[in-house]
Every structure is written in C-alpha cells, then in structure tokens.
Design a protein around this ligand. Structure first.
Ligand code: AP5
Length: 195
C-alpha cells in the first residue's frame, strides 16, 4: 500500500484532483480540512477548540489533525477499505507535520511514497477561492478575501521547507491549466508510482 500526500496552496485544486484520483485509482482519501470541518460540525469539545483558528485561516494544533488522520487510517485498515493506499490531502502544512507523520511509529501512520505539489500563482489561488465562494450554497467561514490572503501568506512561508526536505519524493505539477490538463500530469506521476 502506498501513501501519497497532496500539497499546494489554498484553492490550488487539491480536493478537485483528489476526486479524480479516487475515481481512477481507488485510493482512500483523507482530507485534513474535511476531517476538521466534520469535527467542528459534530459539536464535540475538540471541534469547538478548532473553530476560531480555522475561521481565521490559521493552522490548528498538529496533534489534533494527526489524531484525526490516524483514527481515519486505522478505520480504513480495519475495514480493508483500500488496497491502493492512502491519499492524504492538505497534510502536511509544515515540515514538522511531515516528520511527525513518518517518524512516530506508535501512531500507526506510515512513510510517504510520493508528494504531489500543485503549483499555482497567488493570483490564481485567490481567483479560484473567490469563484468558489461566489458559487457556494453554503459559505465556508474561511473563504473571504481577508482570510484567503492570510491563508496564502502562511502557505508561502511554510510550504517551501516541505518541498526542499522531501525533494526526492516531490512531483511539482504546474496546476494553472484546466482540471483535465492537471489530471493528465497527476496520472503520469501515479502511474509511475504504481507500475
Ligand atoms: P483545507 O480544507 O485543506 O483548505 P485549503 O488548503 O485552504 O484548500 P481548499 O480546500 O480551500 O482548496 P483546494 O486546494 O482543495 O481547492 P479546490 O479543489 O476546492 O483546510 C482548511 C483549514 O483547515 C486550514 O486553513 C487550517 O485552518 C485547517 N487545516 C487543514 N489542514 C491542516 C493541517 N494539516 N494543519 C493545521 N491546520 C490544518 O478548488 C478550489 C476552486 O477552484 C473550486 O471552485 C474548483 O472548482 C476550482 N478549480 C480547481 N481546479 C481548477 C482548475 N484546474 N482550473 C480552474 N478552476 C479550478
């Protein structure tokens, strides 16, 4: 089983491409943002503690994200829900998160095999997120201009250290093109991994 991380700025198309990947390759998809939003919506004390940071576009504590991911991976393994592997979307956000994921054997996560980085300009990120916000029936608390700019700024500070550290495992994809064009590049990377 393989573990693939999907990284890239807010609105670069991580979720969009993950849907395509699941349909074609059958990975078990774990989106850190979706897990966190589910936790907030559940009304649990853990969820309540996340809401403020998320609505401001700030990182939530790593131990909470990693716990949620680990719980979901363990559930998938018990159910034997995946043979291909895990598609971890939106994690890591900083190098420390990546190192923790890989090193802490006691939490039952596993080394990463491939990191797909969707590279998009700040202008495109902003445009895509504002487009999503304008079209959304239910507004995300963090899809407003001020918070979008903060999310992009934090991404630009933090992502480079991940890409540098894991350079042998990173496939950088120019994700300015259409969804189909980007997916064609994603498919090349996954075909090479799974051959
Ligand atoms: P998260 O939910 O992961 O948000 P994000 O990284 O900001 O990314 P988005 O989900 O907004 O966008 P996306 O890249 O999936 O793009 P999408 O496919 O939707 O995280 C939310 C928050 O949770 C964080 O800010 C933080 O607070 C917290 N969090 C999450 N993970 C964490 C972690 N590991 N540690 C700490 N905190 C964490 O596409 C966007 C739009 O563009 C859509 O409208 C789509 O249709 C369109 N689009 C996509 N691709 C294309 C294309 N090729 N051409 C044209 N349009 C496109």
């Amino acid at each position: 089983m393989k573990t693939v991380w999907i990284v890239g700025g807010p609105g670069c198309g991580k979720g969009t491409q993950c849907e395509r990947i699941i349909a074609k390759y059958g990975f078990y998809h774990i989106s850190s943002g979706d897990l966190l939003r589910e936790e907030v919506a559940s009304g649990s004390p853990r969820g309540a503690s996340l809401q403020e940071a998320m609505s401001q576009g700030l990182f939530v504590p790593t131990d909470i994200v990693l716990d949620l991911i680990r719980e979901r991976m363990e559930k998938a393994k018990k159910e034997e829900s995946t043979k291909t592997g895990f598609l971890i979307d939106g994690y890591p956000r900083e190098l420390g998160q990546g190192l923790l994921f890989e090193k802490n054997a006691s939490i039952n996560v596993c080394p990463v095999d491939l990191i797909i980085f969707f590279d998009v300009s700040n202008e495109t990120l902003e445009k895509r997120l504002l487009g999503r916000a304008a079209a959304a029936v239910t507004q995300r608390a963090d899809d407003n201009l001020e918070t979008i700019k903060r999310r992009i700024k934090i991404f630009n500070v933090k992502n480079g250290e991940i890409v540098n550290h894991y350079k042998d495992k990173v496939v950088r994809i120019n994700a300015e093109g259409s969804v189909d064009d980007v997916f064609a590049e994603v498919s090349k990377a996954l075909d090479a991994l799974l051959k």
